[in-house]
Design a protein around this ligand. Structure first.
Ligand code: B12
Ligand code: SF4
Ligand code: SF4
Length: 301
């Protein structure tokens, strides 16, 4: 995530992104969908359907067009995650909610199943009051539930330990000590949001059909996924999906970890076949061998 450092100067001055900027409109898009269909693995809620970057960018472009009919001199730039913006910080300043101890932006009475985006504009819009209260109180559910103990303390995450980083962002090996904590998380993790009382109480299903889970999530077995070829991955899984981010290699690496953690003996033939295929890729071969060992130990072989 070296881009976080490279983008630091741009984050300090929004004029570097839009010289005429006067106001920022911050938006949240609800992505809360039905519960995970597969009993074998979990994919983070935001990643079960279409990639939110494209989906939200298109909505923001519609907003720009609508604003242009009222303000023909409008200059605007839309950002969804891809730009160097501290989106949660901007959301707090725009009065949307507070940053919880799990480091997610929580909207009062609605929860945190929102993806954030921002529209930089040259309009002199009325300024919202920043959200100043913190509503976590004495709760520590998210900190206690994190499977890899990734929180250094309230509001502070060691990203290197977060399952989202380990399964989505890193292109490297997943450290052996952190693999068991990943459990059945194939892509991303929602544990610190699932346990949050604000989500338990207030989550509402999204109306955006683009976020609805894709069929393969309930239809495909772990071992079938492990034996997909790069071409099949590109055709069946990757199109318009956030899951394409770690690419085929990252997907197979994550599958090896989840299968290893399952300890299921019936996965051994597929693991052996995958190892044969990926023998020449040291990163994949290491993970697949590790998975076989885990399964053999669990099966008492
Ligand atoms: C890098 C990143 C990650 C990293 C690190 C996460 C983290 N907590 O920082 C990893 C890969 C681990 C990650 C995981 C996830 N992420 Co993420 N991630 C980002 C990203 C791209 C940048 C965040 C960032 O800059 N972090 C680095 C440091 C600087 O952040 P920080 O230390 O918390 O800094 C805060 C303060 O210190 C202060 N601050 C620091 N420097 C400065 C400087 C100035 C000038 C000011 C004013 C303030 C300030 O403001 C900062 C923000 O509050 C944002 C999108 C974006 N552009 O903002 C999405 C984002 C935060 N992620 C998001 C999501 C959904 C997730 C996951 C839920 C995905 C998943 N299901 O697997 C998990 C949740 C993990 C968790 N508990 O946070 C959403 C969160 C939505 C929400 N409701 O809060 C975002 C906003 C993307 C989006 N567009 O919606 N993510
Ligand atoms: S997303 Fe999962 S691994 Fe990351 S901090 Fe939250 S609970 Fe921990
Ligand atoms: S689980 Fe509790 S401490 Fe964590 S963000 Fe939600 S309310 Fe705050």
């Amino acid at each position: 995530m070296g881009y976080l450092e490279r983008h630091a100067p741009l984050k300090a001055d929004l004029k570097m992104l839009l010289p005429s900027v006067k106001s920022v409109v911050v938006v949240g898009c609800n992505y809360y969908g039905p519960d995970q269909p597969s009993p074998e693995f979990q994919v983070a809620r935001y990643a079960r359907g279409d990639d939110y970057h494209g989906l939200m960018k298109a909505l923001l472009e519609q907003l720009i067009q609508a604003l242009k009919t009222h303000y023909p001199q409008l200059e605007a730039r839309a950002f969804v995650d891809s730009g160097p913006l501290l989106e949660r910080e901007l959301a707090v300043r725009a009065g949307l909610g507070w940053i919880g101890k799990n480091s997610c932006l929580i909207v009062p009475g609605q929860g945190s199943w929102f993806l954030l985006g921002a529209l930089l504009t040259n309009l002199d819009l009325p300024v919202s009051e920043p959200f100043e209260a913190l509503h976590c109180g004495s709760c520590t559910r998210c900190l206690d539930a994190c499977p890899t103990d990734a929180f250094v303390g309230p509001y502070t995450l060691d990203a290197r330990k977060c399952i989202a980083y380990l399964t989505i962002e890193t292109r490297e090996e997943i450290p052996t000590a952190l693999r068991s904590g990943i459990g059945s998380h194939l892509f991303g993790c929602d544990v610190c949001q699932e346990v949050c009382p604000w989500n338990v109480r207030f989550a509402q299903p999204t109306q955006q059909s683009g976020f609805f889970p894709r069929a393969w999530l309930s239809e495909k077995r772990l071992t079938e996924l492990l034996l997909l070829t790069p071409h099949e991955f590109e055709l069946q899984i990757a199109p318009r999906s956030p899951i394409k981010r770690p690419k085929y290699r990252g997907f197979i690496r994550n599958l090896a970890v989840v299968i290893g953690n399952s300890g299921r003996r019936d996965t051994l033939p597929a693991l052996a076949e995958a190892l044969e295929r990926h023998q020449s890729d040291p990163m994949l071969a290491t993970h697949l061998r590790w998975a076989m060992e885990q399964v053999e130990v669990a099966a008492g072989l």
